[in-house]
Design a protein around this ligand. Structure first.
Ligand SMILES: [Zn+2]
Length: 126
């Protein structure tokens, strides 16, 4: 009697078992999750950096505008007004669709990014 085929697993045919495939799928999904989290973080930082650069440019334009007009009141200053009067070369738009708010007096100006669409904080420049 040949006992080699009784109670033993059949020889592997070279394919993967279900457990091996599930382990690989789990590892791949964890890696994709990590990559997507870091990608979102990088994208957020790029948006904030771009917005900070816009605020810096608006700040300089607002300071120049106040100096030339000898007007210390900034309550009427907006990014659109600065563009319309030629102090900004291009419209400065926040990548998160925030609104730029210019407040304060000469030499104490503050440009803030408020009401971003994605709820991110871009801070202010002063
Ligand atoms: Zn912004």
């Amino acid at each position: 009697m040949n006992k080699s085929n009784t109670g033993r697993c059949p020889a592997r045919s070279g394919g993967f078992t279900l457990i091996e495939i599930m382990i690989v799928i789990t590892i791949i999904s964890v890696l994709m999750m990590l990559v997507s989290y870091s990608y979102v973080g990088i994208r957020g930082r790029i948006r904030k950096t771009s917005c900070m650069e816009n605020m810096r440019v608006i700040y300089k334009a607002a300071t120049l505008c106040q100096t030339e007009r000898n007007d210390l009141d900034s309550s009427n200053l907006t990014e659109k007004l600065l563009f319309d009067q030629g102090y900004l070369r291009r419209r400065a738009t926040c990548p998160s669709k925030g609104r730029y708010w210019i407040q304060g007096e000469k030499d104490k100006l503050r440009v803030s990014c408020v009401e971003t669409q994605d709820g991110s904080e871009h801070g202010y420049f002063e």
